[in-house]
Each structure stands twice: as structure tokens, then as C-alpha cells.
Design a protein around this ligand. Sequence first.
Ligand code: 13P
Length: 301
Amino acid sequence: MTELTQEIRRLKQQRNAVILAHNYQIDEVQAIADYVGDSFYLSRQAATLACDVIVFCGVYFMAETAKLLSPDKTVLLPEADAGCPLADTITAEDVRELKRLYPGVPVVCYINSSAEVKAESDICCTSSNAVRIIRSLPDRQVIFIPDGHLGDYVAKQVPDKKLILWQGSCVTHAKVKPDDVLKARQRHPEAKILVHPECSPEVVALADFAGSTSEIIHYAENSADKTYLIGTEAGVLCQLKTSRPDKEFFLLHAGLYCPNMKKTRLQSIYQALLDDQYSMKLDERTAKQATRTLRKMLEMV
Ligand code: 13P
């Protein structure tokens, strides 16, 4: 164990802290985390864990979500500028405008959104429960923001509903093109193709399975196939390579690295615990509304 790792462990104990890490974090960060998983799993952990401090190794909206669900805890984001360009594609005013255009139509917002956007929405969802949540709504029309690709995926799974989509997308997942899938399929005809529904509809249509990062990991760990072509951020390979060294994993595109998710280092986790940085602070009124949107999701699934 390195000196830095020891220091993190010591501070963690001293502060009664827990480290949460998204599946996209670098290997060292995943290794030191107490809980690693997808957005839904981590938000549930944040809502239920008994601790004083949460160090959230992920991007801004994730730490913000943890703070919304655990307002009495100190929630730290080790890298202040680890943002999510997809979340930044929509503002609260954009949502208010959509509601003016489609009065009475419920707004479902992907968890990859700001607290202000959540506050204007009716219910939140993640990639692992978006289909279930939208299917369970009594309304025929639903506004879905901000990921147009995930929205298209959900619309195909729930054909009796009409989804009004916002055309935001994740720059990292958008890198995968249908041609990448076709070429990879030629190189590895026996492989299973597993993609995140943030990939384009054309890519999802060519895949064998679409799901959240944890669902992709679960599929690859448990199915009988030996080779997998992965269409999501490279971080998911960390767990797969450890748990299934007998299998082969290839990324569908060499650029599947989210620069924001890759910012967090052991040094920044150490600094976060030492100097209380960067502590999530929320506007009270926004927080109240956004928490209601998030809690509805947790109650529904
Ligand atoms: P999940 O955590 O639900 O897998 O989604 C990850 C994500 O934000 C993709 O960019």
C-alpha cells in the first residue's frame, strides 16, 4: 500500500467518510473506493449510507445529486471542474419554455442534469431505469431531457408513448459510429456488442445489448460468450478485466475516454478529505424541488 493510500484511509476513518466512484473512474480511484457503480446505484448509496462525509469521484451533477439526497452530510467533489457537457446542454429556462410549449405534459429528466433543471422537472431517471419510469407514467406524451439518444432508445422500448426530446448528447458516446461497429464485428464475428444507450440510435441498433454501465458489466461478467465489444467509457473495463481475466474486451472506439471522469486522482481525493474541497452547496429552494424529483425516482424503482 502506498503512503498516499494509507493517508486517504486514515483521513477517511478520522472523518467517518465514504468514497463513492462511478464506473468511469480511473483504476486507482475505483480500487480505493468503498462503492463503485452506475449513477442509480451511487445515488441510492448516497441516500442511505450512514457516514458524515461522502467523497464523490465522478462529475459535478453526481456530487450535487448526492448532496440533494443527503443534505446533512458533507459531500465533496475532488475535482471542482469535472463537469458534464451533456448536462450543460439544457438550462432551467429551456425547461420552462418546453413546459410553456407543451402545457400539462410531464417532464422526465435524466440524472445527467443540473439541480436547477431537476427542480423544473417532474421525475428523474437514470439509464438503468428510464424505460421503466416512462412506461409507468399514465400520460401518453412525455417530455424527456436532455439526452436525445437515450430518449430515442426509450421511445423505441415504449412505442405507445410519444416522447418530446431535447437533442443533447454525450460527446464521448457520440464518437462511436456505425462504421466502427461494422468493422469491429468483421474483426471479431463471435463477439457480443454491448453499448450504452447514450450512443447514437444507429449504433444501438447494431448492438446485441444496450444498458447502463453496471448492466453492461453484469452482462459481460455473466454471459457465456468469451469476447465483447464495448460501446461506453473505458472505465468499465477496470472491473471486467479483474473479474473476468478469462474473457476478452475491446472498445468500439479508441477515444472512449471521458476527460471529466478521468480528472480525479488519488492526490485529489486526499486533498478533498484534508481541506474539505470542493464541498457541494445548494440553493435551498432549488434543492427542495430537485430533491422531490429525485425522491420520486427512488420511490418508483
Ligand atoms: P450510468 O451511470 O447510468 O451507466 O450512465 C453513465 C453516464 O452518465 C453515461 O455518460
